[in-house]
Design a protein around this ligand. Structure first.
Ligand code: GAL
Length: 397
C-alpha cells in the first residue's frame, strides 16, 4: 500500500458545527468554499462527513444506505463532485454495532462496508468506538477494518477515533491506521483546548509519518456558534484560536477544520491558511516536538521544539530537497496562564551551547518577519493564552 498520510491529513469535518444536520447541498457548498476561501491552496484536501449520514437500517444485501432525504443522489454523485474540484471525500462509521448517534455501525460488516465505500469513491474513513461489544478487543476491530480497506480496491485513509482508550498509542500503528484520536471530544472553549494540549505533551513521541496523533477537529472560528450541542460552548478569543491552531500544528496533529468555512471571518481564514504555521505541521521529516519548561514558571509556560527538514513549503513534496543543507528548528512558546509571562529559552537545552559560536535567527510565523538574532538564550514575552511561533535558523554569531 502506498503511504497515504506522508504528512498529517488536512481537511474539514462536519461534526463540530453541523452535528446531525448534514446533507448533500452543505457538503457541495463546503467544497466550493474550499476553493473560494483559499483552503485548497493552503493544503486542505479532505471533506469528511461525520455521524448521521445513513438510513437507520441496512438494505436487504446488508449494505449501508445513505439517508434518502439528506443525500438524495447517493454518495457516488457527491464524491464525483468533490473529486471534480480536486478534493477528497471522507465518510464515517464505527467499530461497534451502532455509531455514537445510533446509526448502523460496521461491526461484522467490515468487509462489505469497505467495498461499498470503495465503490462510492470514498478516500478517508473516520472510524469511531461507540457500541463496541464488551468482549471484542478494540485493537482487533481496528486491525479488521484496516485489512478490509487494504483489500477493497481503493486507497482509503483510516482515521481511528477511540479517544485515547486502551493504550491506543501502543498498537494503532501496527494495526495499519493512518491517524488516531488520542483524547476525548473537543468543545469550543479555551479550557477544552488547554486540556487536550496538556494531555498530549507526553504522547508526542508516539507520533510519526503515516500514523498521526489526532488531537481532534479544530474549533477555530466557531466563536460560540453551530448546531451541535455537544461541541457548542462559549467560543474563544482570536489569540486563543491562534494558540489552538499553532499547538495542533506543532504537535503534528491532523488539521481538520470544524467551523462553517463558507462564511468564516477574514481573521479565521487568516489563521487557518497561515502558510508559515502549516509548513511546520506539514514538514516532510515528520518529527514530533519535545517540550522544555521554564524553570521559574513550571506550570504556566513551556516551549515546544521541533527539528525541521531544511526547506518546507507545506506541499508535502520536499523529499526532493535532499540537496539543501541546513536544518531549521520550529520553536513554539505557550503561556497558558491568565497573566503576561516571559519564556527564556536556554539554547543549551536544545543542543546549541554558547561555545559553538552559533546562534538562532528568529522568524515570527504570525508576524511573518524576522524579530532578531540571539545567542545563548532568547527571552520572549507572551500574552495570556498566547502561543508565539518561530522558525529559527542556525547562524554564526
Ligand atoms: C464521537 C467522536 C466525535 C464524533 C461523534 C459522532 O465519539 O469523538 O468526533 O464523531 O462521536 O457521534
Amino acid at each position: 500500500m502506498p503511504i497515504l498520510a506522508r504528512t498529517p491529513p488536512m481537511g474539514w469535518n462536519s461534526w463540530n458545527t453541523f452535528g446531525n444536520n448534514i446533507n448533500e447541498e452543505l457538503v457541495k457548498t463546503i467544497a466550493d468554499a474550499f476553493i473560494r476561501r483559499g483552503l485548497k491552496d493552503a493544503g486542505y484536501q479532505y471533506i469528511v462527513i461525520d455521524d448521521c449520514w445513513s438510513e437507520k437500517t441496512r438494505d436487504t444485501n446488508g449494505r449501508l444506505v445513505p439517508d434518502k432525504s439528506k443525500f438524495p443522489n447517493g454518495m457516488k454523485a457527491l464524491t464525483e463532485y468533490i473529486h471534480s474540484k480536486g478534493l477528497k471525500f471522507g465518510i464515517y462509521s464505527c467499530v461497534g454495532t451502532h455509531t455514537c448517534a445510533g446509526f448502523p455501525g460496521s461491526f461484522e460488516h467490515e468487509f462489505v462496508d469497505a467495498v461499498t465505500f470503495a465503490e462510492w469513491g470514498v478516500d478517508y474513513l473516520k472510524y469511531d468506538y461507540c457500541y463496541k461489544p464488551r468482549n471484542a478487543a478494540g485493537e482487533d476491530l481496528y486491525k479488521r477494518m484496516a485489512l478490509a480497506l487494504r483489500n477493497c480496491g481503493r486507497n482509503i485513509v483510516l482515521s481511528a477515533c477511540n479517544w485515547g482508550n486502551d493504550g491506543v498509542q501502543k498498537w494503532i500503528r501496527e494495526a495499519g491506521c493512518h491517524l488516531y484520536r488520542s483524547a476525548g471530544d473537543i468543545h469550543d472553549n479555551w479550557k477544552s483546548i488547554e486540556g487536550i494540549m496538556l494531555s498530549q505533551l507526553n504522547n508526542a513521541c508516539f507520533n510519526g509519518i503515516d500514523c498521526w496523533n489526532d488531537m481532534d477537529m479544530l474549533v477555530v472560528g466557531m466563536s460560540g456558534t453551530g448546531e451541535n450541542a455537544y461541541v457548542l460552548s462559549t467560543g474563544c478569543n482570536e489569540t486563543e484560536y491562534r494558540t489552538h491552531f499553532s499547538v495542533w500544528a506543532m504537535m503534528n496533529s491532523p488539521l481538520m477544520i470544524g467551523c462553517d468555512v463558507r462564511n468564516m471571518s477574514e481573521q479565521t481564514a487568516a489563521i487557518l491558511t497561515n502558510k508559515d504555521v502549516i509548513a511546520l505541521n506539514q514538514d516532510i521529516e515528520g518529527r514530533a516536538p519535545y517540550c522544555i519548561r521554564q524553570w521559574n514558571n513550571l506550570d504556566n509556560v513551556f516551549s515546544l521544539i521541533k527539528p525541521l527538514s531544511a526547506v518546507s513549503d507545506g506541499d508535502g513534496s520536499d523529499g526532493d530537497d535532499a540537496s539543501t543543507t541546513g536544518g531549521d528548528y520550529a520553536v513554539a512558546m505557550v503561556n497558558i496562564s491568565d497573566v503576561k509571562a516571559e519564556m527564556s529559552l536556554q539554547f543549551y537545552d536544545i543542543g546549541l551551547p554558547y561555545a559553538s559560536g552559533l546562534g538562532l535567527e528568529f522568524y515570527d510565523c504570525w508576524k511573518h518577519e524576522v524579530i532578531g538574532f540571539f545567542t545563548e538564550r532568547a527571552s520572549i514575552d507572551i500574552e495570556p493564552h498566547e502561543c508565539r511561533v518561530f522558525r529559527c535558523k542556525v547562524k554564526k554569531a
